[in-house]
Design a protein around this ligand. Sequence first.
Ligand code: ZN
Length: 414
Amino acid sequence: VNILSIFVALRFVQYFFEKYLSRLNFDFVHDKENQSKAQKELGLTDEDMHNSLAYFKDRFQFGSFSNWLKLLSFMVFLVLGGFGLLESLAKSSVWDAQSGVQVGLVFFAYLGLISLLFSLPFRYYSTFVIEDKHGFNKQNPKGFVMDTLKSMGLAMILGGVLVGIILYIMDHLGEWWWLWAWAAMTGFSVFTSWAYPTLIAPLFNKFSKLEDGELSTSIQQLADKVGFASDGVFVMDASTRSSHGNAYFTGVFGKKRIVLFDTLVSSMSPNQVIAVLAHELGHFKLHHVRGMLIRSTIMTGVVLYILSLCLPLEAFYRAFHFDGVSSYGALVVFGMWFGLVDAVLSPIESFLSRKNEFAADAFACANIDQPKDLRSALLVLREKSKSLPMAHPWYSAYYYSHPPILERLEAMPE
Ligand SMILES: [Zn+2]
């Protein structure tokens, strides 16, 4: 049997399954009964519902079109031997075509450049046509270009270092390479979490200390109450890009920062901001963050071990037009197969995540003065983001890391 045809067939099966789910969801949210039920329970106006549906529909149509085009072009690239072409290009542009590290780094640089150029028009359209039309986009084309250049530079530096190390380990450390690669990847992810708040995030946004006042006092009280040692509360200028609001905390080793989007602070009362923050602190206090880190570290180890078993399977490399076994080829070829497995596992990850969301909501309600502040905060967030309050159960089971707002409110105390 032909390995490439099996892969292409499975990829199309995945595509059509996801397309079917989208269609189910599209019909579900356009059902008048579902709409009026959600409107009644959340007290939404007709206009609000109309705006959310219009935003949904625009993204739905754009998503259908771009997903299909992306899949088709990638399959054409794959079947016509795009990887083989990039590999020989990479081999001819390095000093030592025998060095897996050199060829691999140049190969991934070409691949990254192609996928960047390909995805750019889609990102541009999404930002300057769809988000703009619905009043979310606050960025100008110059800012968009700067963002793209900065992320590209960052990906080249961080990605280049990580990929270089992994390729070196694969080529030089013998049959136990996967253990070393596991250690390197874990170390790298600890490093980026450490560097993110102080070195990486400031490249894209300005962070300023939250001014002393009612809000900062209440935040400090809440952090003390739940035992969260923070390095400070910062406001991020999210409004320079988009009007979507959020709050999060980042950092490791007692250098944790609480970050509030300025869009959140400006659209909510102090009590509502506290409620959103209490939810985020719930994730921390209930060890969701640690649990997720442990799960992903274990998954990385399992994937690398399986990769070490697959590594010698030459037929797989040839099927994807690579010129025999290579470390960089293994990352690409088996990475694509793992992507298929990942799609099958995604409902499990979404399920765990949704369970954590309910737990964090319950934690927040127990640690703020008035649970109704969380309810109203969630309603403000939904209204501001024009997200639909309902979704088809299968669709949300497959995709949603957060339950639809209707389900969250039903699970909260009055
Ligand atoms: Zn959450």
